[in-house]
Design a protein around this ligand. Structure first.
Ligand SMILES: [Zn+2]
Ligand SMILES: [Zn+2]
Length: 334
């Protein structure tokens, strides 16, 4: 009876399949379907590779194995691995930290296919001793996730939340390179979402409002000091009230035109208008959307660029989502 080596009815998610019989006879029929490659291995090494078609195994089409078995025509030992060259979809999700060590969760989807079956078998299947399709899929997902974590952690929280398109494009290029090393082609990557903690969302809000990440980090330290002095949460909020207006007065760029100087004439270098309790946080007409960073019309309830709702205190100051008190004037928010 003629030995037939064929991957019968591969499942939709199956990348590889190992022919269970390791004893191969010369004259066996090897059937390789479209989008498949059959790789002959022995002792973890790749010998011959055959593409789609119906092959009768002869000393002609398996020259390397024939030489290995010393020109003998008796049955020989080899592992036959079928590799699917179709495109696969994988989902990913994980946690990492930004440059400032802000915790970030992310998730999305990616598409890949085997580009170089010999390299793929060498690096993943043989190299990791993964002969089962679900182990291979798990390995690829973990490898993708590891790369995603590493590459995302090179960015700041502002980049991740305000420039996600740019970040996605740059991270994708790096992941494509990572995948190429495994003989895989990363066809596409979609980051469907990123998220962080409430605390970091509030910090992000103030970073966007003030354009001064360093000062926002210092403000949080001041809040923590106040808390450690045994003050109530309300008192800590009071500390914030004093600090926030000063913070908001800090110019976002050193080249910003000088504020009107009460003393007349040219104000001294580095002059900043002193904070006045209850003064508007931003000059009218220069409000910034805390979600996308674009200038919005004064008093806007929704950002015309990103469509997000702008939360305000009764005195019109922009406040973080979920805030109970206005950090600028202290007014209670209903
Ligand atoms: Zn916006
Ligand atoms: Zn207010």
């Amino acid at each position: 009876m003629v030995q037939v080596i064929e991957w019968v009815n591969p499942g939709e998610d199956e990348i590889i399949w190992r022919y269970p019989n390791e004893v191969i006879k010369w004259g066996a029929q090897l059937i390789v379907h479209e989008y498949e490659v059959a790789v002959f291995m022995r002792d973890g090494k790749i010998y011959d590779v055959l593409g789609p078609g119906r092959h009768t195994l002869t000393t002609q089409n398996l020259p390397l194995l024939y030489r290995l078995v010393g020109g003998s025509n008796s049955p020989f030992k080899a592992t036959v691995i079928f590799v699917s060259m179709k495109q696969f979809q994988g989902r990913y999700g994980g946690e990492t930290q930004t440059k400032e060590l802000a915790p970030v969760k992310y998730y999305g989807v990616y598409w890949f296919k085997v580009a170089d079956p010999v390299l793929f078998i060498t690096e993943v299947v043989g190299g990791q001793s993964l002969y089962d399709t679900s182990d291979v899929t798990k390995f690829i997902r973990a490898y993708f996730n590891e790369g995603m974590m590493k590459h995302l952690s090179a960015y700041s929280i502002v980049d991740l939340f305000q420039n996600l398109d740019m970040v996605s494009t740059q991270v994708k290029v790096k992941l494509i390179e990572d995948f190429r090393r495994l003989g895989l082609e990363l066809v596409d990557v979609k980051i469907e979402g990123v998220n962080t903690t409430d605390e970091w969302r509030q910090r992000l809000f103030w970073i966007m409002q003030t354009g001064n990440a360093q000062a926002v980090m210092q403000m949080d330290t001041a809040k923590q000091v106040a808390a450690e002095l045994g003050k109530s949460e309300g008192a800590a909020m009071g500390t914030g009230m004093v600090i926030m207006p000063q913070l908001l007065q800090q110019p976002t760029q050193p080249a910003q035109p000088a504020q009107p100087y009460a003393g007349g004439g040219v104000p001294p270098a580095g002059y900043q208008q002193p904070a006045q309790p209850g003064a508007p946080a931003q000059p009218a007409g220069q409000e910034i959307c805390p979600y996308c960073g674009k200038p919005i019309p004064p008093g806007a309830r929704f950002c015309p660029y990103c469509g997000k709702q702008i939360h305000r205190c009764p005195n019109g100051h922009i406040v973080p989502e979920g805030a109970k008190f206005c950090p600028v004037c202290g007014a209670k928010i209903e």
